[in-house]
Design a protein around this ligand. Structure first.
Ligand SMILES: Nc1nc2c(c(=O)[nH]1)N[C@H]1C(S)=C(S)[C@@H](COP(=O)(O)OP(=O)(O)OC[C@H]3O[C@@H](n4cnc5c(=O)[nH]c(N)nc54)[C@H](O)[C@@H]3O)O[C@H]1N2
Ligand SMILES: Nc1nc2c(c(=O)[nH]1)N[C@H]1C(S)=C(S)[C@@H](COP(=O)(O)OP(=O)(O)OC[C@H]3O[C@@H](n4cnc5c(=O)[nH]c(N)nc54)[C@H](O)[C@@H]3O)O[C@H]1N2
Ligand code: SF4
Ligand SMILES: [Mo]
Length: 733
């Protein structure tokens, strides 16, 4: 028996785990007390790591479709088939005939960080769809417009702030998002212990809301109105204090004009909050020595998602809290390029192309995942004929899974890189299964960029690859070669090319640590056992902390790089080189928000919101017995008043009808939801044939996204409205 360290890949908190190994298997997991960031924290999902790792339903060999049925194949056969089918399709119909779908776990794997950008380049397709348009794309668009960099996301300084205003997030169950903080619950408790204030805005009385000093049970979808009223109040009461930020910000007066109509009185009815409460919230935000406004899923996947995300940072700016300790700061990860000197940048463009069928504008190079089905099933020039999915299950995660399900079934060819045969991957002609996490290296390329403390931790695979398995990085590299017409070349060629390109650029950049160096010599210096390790080594060398891979290998519990530090103005890449507080696309979308002032919902209307459970992760952990035990979790939560009015009974089925379809769910009566709001979680509906999810299929639940038809989007970001959409309820009889 031995132990090994491994960062948990099951949510954004990135906790360090100590795994027990016995006989070539992981038999236990506990929190690593010496981890520089997580200091021993673990949640039930992390504790289930051994089970997640050894799930007998995980695919062991590639699958290929033959005469309509999937059969096991070897790797060579699988890649031969991809090269033989995908390449000719691209040559005949052009690159846009292939759509690439990237799901959430790509941000939790080394492969998902290093290879998809190269695959996108190799495919040359404009049909790129990711889970971002079911999630945080409004934040990317807002950051792109405000700061000129879609990845410049301010993160609340949880450990130092005096005041946190949190909207649409429930970190006690989600463990945090776009704010990477192991033991988020403990950090919130510490905030309160040191005399700080926590305000939670959520239509549900969540576990997080119960921890707060104040819970505002807003009407779903109204966050942007509420935030605009806070900004209005700051101006009206002369509470705007930019402090040192003033030098870097333009457009403050324009924002004053833009929010003039949104007085607390004007938004009160739409938000269903009283004007005094809104005013008090604004005053407290302004009065706090330091404060941070933080909005997540519930304020993002809504009709005014980009406006809401923009207003979050407008408030951080107007109160002088952006980029200052205790406020909302920009993390600086060890693999981010070393900061360049301040000055104008290229800015951020939206809508450089549009989707074929509905004309949705691209955002950050992506089209709305909600529009994928129509891009496949609408005939005509430019139709999507083949799909590659990597770590995604859009049949359950995106609106109108039934339509997408049918569309995927009609494709000429489909490839899935995924460990499971699930609702989506069952349509693939080739399934390429990556090994379980214990056999994969781990580095948080994505989440270190959103972490409340700068740090770097690397884990090598804790167990060797089993016979017949392929590392996920190699799977991605071979896929890239197969679609590029380079099928059969060694996968290391992909890493070598990436290194060569990166170095060629870096040595010409004056701010780069390798400015003026000889690229060939630098490439030879790179250490690491594998291509991806050499690429990590290079990124560290080009990064801001003078680190190399060997430093990480010498520090198995991680390297602490200190608290977040101010990064303005160097970080700004807007054309003006300043924070552009009222960008034109935002100004153009504000009339829509103004119209919402009048559109107060009917008194008896009901809106649906989602929820997460501590033991879940989107659609893919329902197959783990210890994470899917106990009572039914896929229940429709209804407030007692609504239940009474609508004749719904606890434990009995209710019919739920949305614009896109209807379903039946078991009623749970609870005051945890406010009147006029019901809640149903996502990621369920494991009752389709042809999957290999024994445990999940036995308790399938229903797919909430079947209530949607994919037409409700935040127009600036293409993000699906997954929260706060209208539904009708009735007892099933
Ligand atoms: N246990 C668990 N953890 C997870 C996941 C999981 O599935 N399970 N998924 C991971 C992923 S991919 C993500 S993106 C994160 C998300 O993590 P969070 O951003 O914390 O998201 P949720 O837990 O969905 O919480 C969203 C909250 O918004 C509320 N809400 C709904 N509509 C509105 C609204 O209009 N206004 C406001 N103010 N609130 C609203 C909901 O009631 C809900 O409590 O969690 C990650 N962590
Ligand atoms: N109604 C509603 N819908 C939602 C949400 C909501 O709150 N409400 N949340 C949305 C959010 S925030 C997100 S991020 C999306 C998520 O949407 P998706 O990313 O489509 O869904 P997941 O369930 O995370 O699917 C992950 C897939 O990755 C596979 N996988 C797991 N580990 C690995 C690995 O190591 N490598 C590879 N290659 N694959 C792996 C799993 O088997 C699964 O097929 O769902 C969105 N959908
Ligand atoms: S909080 Fe997230 S990262 Fe930490 S143990 Fe749980 S699932 Fe893993
Ligand atoms: Mo997400």
């Amino acid at each position: 028996m031995s132990t090994a360290l491994r960062i948990c890949p099951l949510c954004e908190a990135t906790c360090g785990l100590t795994l027990t190994l016995d006989n070539g298997r992981v038999t236990g997991a506990r929190g690593d007390r010496d981890d520089v960031f997580s200091e021993g924290f673990i949640c039930p999902k992390g504790a289930a790591f051994p089970e997640v790792d050894a799930d007998p339903d995980r695919l062991v060999r590639p699958l290929i479709r033959e005469n309509g049925a999937l059969r096991e194949a070897d790797w060579a056969e699988a890649f031969d088939l991809i090269a033989a089918r995908l390449r000719p399709l691209i040559e005949e119909h052009g690159p846009n005939a292939v759509a690439l779908v990237l799901g959430n776990p790509n941000v939790h794997t080394v492969a998902g960080a290093l290879y998809p950008p190269l695959l996108i380049g190799a495919l040359g397709t404009r049909n790129l769809y990711t889970a971002s348009t079911l999630d945080q794309m409004p934040k990317h668009v807002s950051s792109g417009l405000l700061f000129g960099d879609a990845f410049a996301v301010p993160v609340p300084d949880l450990d130092r702030t005096d005041h946190l205003l949190m909207l649409g997030a429930n970190p006690l169950d989600s463990n945090g998002s776009l704010c990477t903080a192991p033991d988020f619950p403990g950090r919130l408790k510490a905030l309160r212990r040191r005399g700080g204030t926590l305000t939670v805005v959520d239509p549900r009385r969540t576990r997080t809301a119960r921890l707060a000093d104040r819970h505002l049970a807003i009407r779903p979808g109204a966050d942007a109105l509420f935030l605009a009223a806070l900004a209005h109040t700051l101006f009206a009461e002369d509470l705007v204090r930019l402090g040192p930020l003033a030098e870097y910000v333009q457009g403050v007066e324009e924002v004053r004009d833009a929010v003039r109509d949104f007085s607390p009185e004007a938004v009160a009815a739409a938000c269903d909050l009283d004007a005094d409460t809104i005013r008090t919230t604004a005053r407290e935000l302004a009065a706090a020595p330091t404060a941070a406004v933080y909005g997540r899923m519930g304020s993002s996947t809504v009709a005014y998602g980009t406006l809401g995300n923009w207003l979050v940072d407008v408030l951080n700016v107007l109160t002088g809290n952006l980029d200052r300790p205790g406020g909302a700061l920009f993390p600086l990860s060890a693999t981010a390029p070393a900061p360049r000197p301040a000055g104008p940048g290229k800015g951020f463009a939206l809508g450089r192309w549009r989707s074929r069928v509905s004309g949705h504008p691209e955002a950050k190079g992506e089209l709305p995942l909600a529009a994928l089905a129509e891009e496949i099933d609408t005939p005509g020039e430019g139709r999507v004929r083949a799909v590659v999915t990597i770590a995604g299950n859009p049949v359950l995660s995106a609106p109108d899974g039934d339509r997408l399900d049918a569309a995927l079934g009609s494709l000429d060819f489909m490839v899935a890189v995924d460990p499971y045969l699930n609702e989506t991957t069952r349509h693939a002609d080739v399934v390429l299964p990556p090994p379980p996490p214990s056999r994969s290296a781990h580095f948080d390329f994505a989440f270190n960029g959103f972490a409340v403390r700068n740090q770097a931790r690397y884990s090598r695979p804790v167990l060797p690859l089993e016979e017949g398995r392929m590392d996920e990085c190699e799977i991605h590299a071979r896929l890239i070669l197969a679609v590029s017409g380079l099928h059969g070349a060694p996968p290391s060629a992909v890493d070598d090319l990436a290194i060569e390109r990166t170095l060629a650029k870096a040595v010409t950049q004056e701010h780069s640590p390798l400015y003026g160096a000889d690229p060939k010599e630098q490439a030879r210096l790179l250490a690491g056992r594998t291509g991806p390790e050499r690429r990590l080594d290079l990124m560290l060398r080009l990064g801001p902390y003078d680190l190399v891979l060997d430093d990480l290998l010498q520090a198995p519990h991680g390297i602490d790089l200190g608290p977040m530090k101010p990064r303005l103005p160097g970080l700004l890449k807007t054309r003006s080189g300043r924070i552009e507080l009222l960008p034109a696309p935002i100004a153009a979308d504000l009339p829509r928000l103004r119209a919402a002032l009048e559109a107060v919902p009917e008194p008896d209307s009901v809106r649906l919101v989602g929820r997460r459970h501590l033991r879940s992760n989107n659609s893919w952990l329902h197959n783990i017995p210890s994470l899917n035990g106990g009572s039914n979790r896929c229940t429709l939560q209804v407030h007692p008043e609504d239940a009474e009015r609508l004749g719904l009974t606890a434990g009995a089925p209710a019919r739920v009808k949305g614009e896109g379809g209807e379903l039946t769910a078991e009623v749970e009566i609870t005051e945890a939801v406010r009147p006029g709001v019901v809640s149903l979680p996502h990621g369920w509906g494991h009752d389709r044939p042809g999957t290999r999810l024994g445990v999940a299929a036995a308790r399938p639940g229903v797919n909430v996204n079947q209530l949607l038809d994919g037409s409700l989007l935040d127009p600036l970001s293409g993000t699906a409205v997954l929260n706060g959409f209208p539904v009708q309820l009735s007892p099933l009889l």
